[in-house]
Structures are given as C-alpha cells and as structure tokens.
Design a binder for this molecule. Sequence first.
Ligand SMILES: C[S@@+](CC[C@H](N)C(=O)[O-])C[C@H]1O[C@@H](n2cnc3c(N)ncnc32)[C@H](O)[C@@H]1O
Length: 336
Amino acid sequence: MIFRLADFRFPDDPQRLYPQTPQRPWVLEIGFGDGRFWPQYARTFGQAPNYLGVELSGVSLLKANRRLQAAGLDNAVLTRLPADVLVREVIPHGALDLIVVNFPDPWPKAGHTEHRLLRAPFFQLAASRLKPGAGLLLTTDHDEYFEFACAEAAASGVMAVETGEPPPAALETKYALKWRDLGLGVNHARFTPTAHAFVPHGSTSPYPDAVPEQESLPLETTVPHAVLTLPTDFSPHDFQKRTERSPEGRGPDWTVILLDLYQSLRRDGWVALAHVVEGELTQEVLIGITGRADGSHLVRLAKFGGPIITPGVKAAVGTVTAWLESEGAVVKHRGY
Ligand SMILES: C[S@@+](CC[C@H](N)C(=O)[O-])C[C@H]1O[C@@H](n2cnc3c(N)ncnc32)[C@H](O)[C@@H]1O
C-alpha cells in the first residue's frame, strides 16, 4: 500500500498501519529501489514482518509496489519521502526491530559527503527509533562510503559496529547484481544502538546523556487562513514570484517561494502555488483566495495534494496575505 506523508500520523503506530498483524516485528527499508529485497528477505521469516519502505524515486515506488503485491505482502507500506523525515516524524521512539539500507547512493565526489544518508546525526536518530538489541544493516559495494559510515557511527556515540556477511537477499537487489556483474565485492555491517541520543519529550531515559528531542516539526491541524478586504482596483496581473525566509534564530527554519497565481475557474478568486522547504521536507501547496458573500476574501490553504500543516505552510499563507496587504488589502482576521 502506498502512503503519502499526509496519510501518516505523527508519530504513527503499527496498530493503525498494520491492523491485521500489529504484533509482528517492524522492519524499515531505506532506498528500496525497485523493491527486490523485501519479497526475498521476508521469506526467511515464518510470518512476514510488518514492512515500511521509504524511497525518493516515484518510478521505483510504483515498481516496488507491484512487486510486493505480486508477492502477496499485504502488511507493507511504501512511501515516497526523504528517509530522515519519515524516521523523525512518523516512527515512534524504540519501535523498530530492524532498519535495512542496501547500496545507498555513495555521493563519491569531494565536497558531496553532506548528501550521504549515513552520517552521525542520522545514526543518532535511527538509534532512538530502534528497540533495544535491534539494529541497522548496511550493505554497500562502495569501500570509501562503508568506512565513512563506520566512522560516522562511532562519532555518533550511540552505535556499535560489527562487520560480517550480508543476508543473501541483499545480494540479489538490482544494484547488487549490477556490481556483481562488474566483479565488485560488497561490505556489510550491523550497527547496534548502545545508547540513545534523544528521548521523547516528557519521559526519562536510562541513558544519562540523552537529551529531549528537539527537531520534530511542530505539526498542526487547524487550517491556516486569513480574511481580508481587497481594494476595489485590485489587479492580480501585478503578481510576481517572491521568496520569504524564516527570521534567523526564531523557531524552525523555512523558505517559502510563491511561484504563480491562477484565476479560479469555479469560484470568484485565485489560487496561489507555493513551494515550501523545511530542512529535508519540501511541499508544493495551493492557497485559495476566494470571494465571500459579504464582499471580503478568504485566503486559505487548499486540501489538494494532502499538505501537512507545518510552520512553513502556515508561513506560505502569511506570505500570500502579506502580498495582498502590500497591494492594499485590509486584513480582518489572521488564522495562521
Ligand atoms: C543506489 S540505489 C539502491 C537501490 C536498492 N536498494 C538496490 O540495492 O537496488 C539508492 C536508492 O536510494 C534512494 N534514496 C537516496 N536517498 C534517499 C533518501 N534520503 N531517502 C529515501 N531514499 C533515498 C534512491 O532514490 C535510490 O533508489
């Protein structure tokens, strides 16, 4: 089953995601590609564990979904997101039995290592989401990335590393076969949490150095909106692309780019298209500017595309409102 970010709860739980099999172990695969690993690996268990797969590529998502359906793996959820957003926002603390990363993108060029997934902050995040004794399996052909990941795990202060043989299914993925055809070998390690860098807010930790986790996005359910009166000579033809950034040092970082404005075909009004960036999370959102019976206009986030209401999305509604104010609108109410 394919989930969009908006289909999840924050955090979510296996009872809701896997209502038929909530007690089974929970496995996360990051960057599953065309999805060959899971059908083979799941067979090594008596009953297929609950599976959550995260991938950036939309084409891979569809291919993998077909593969999992053909294999009859019903207790599997696939999503197209950056892995760290999923892990941080969706997975509860201490919930996973296993994380699998097969042949992660190596970003081999000098100066590109900050794009690599397996860096110390990610190991800290992953450790906080694994159950005691659970682990993260890495298989890669790339010697330099392998050494880098082991060094980053050590630097995280919360992961022990043990090298060994990969599970046979990790040697049958698309990239494993590609590297095998080229005669390249593979490296494999299991990273096991030794401590937690983070604890959930309001709970205590057996690890004295653990600090309350700060980095979750504050998500909201109230739809951001504003009510305003447009000047009688208002002309949307003056619209220009604009970019707003969060004030430095005050709350979460976001960037809003108002890209375009369209005339609504159904209603009296317009729809603004905004691109919202918050760390690894990007969303394209639509913000309606709709005429009301009393002559005022409602500026409101549209539900289209299932947006997640983050500080950046609220700021996008604020950016549209601020643009209209600069055109002479008078704001009667702000709900963002
Ligand atoms: C080299 S491919 C390996 C695919 C597959 N695991 C295999 O062995 O055939 C790496 C995959 O990771 C995905 N990926 C890269 N960064 C990611 C991220 N931050 N979150 C989720 N997936 C990611 C890419 O889209 C790509 O499909």
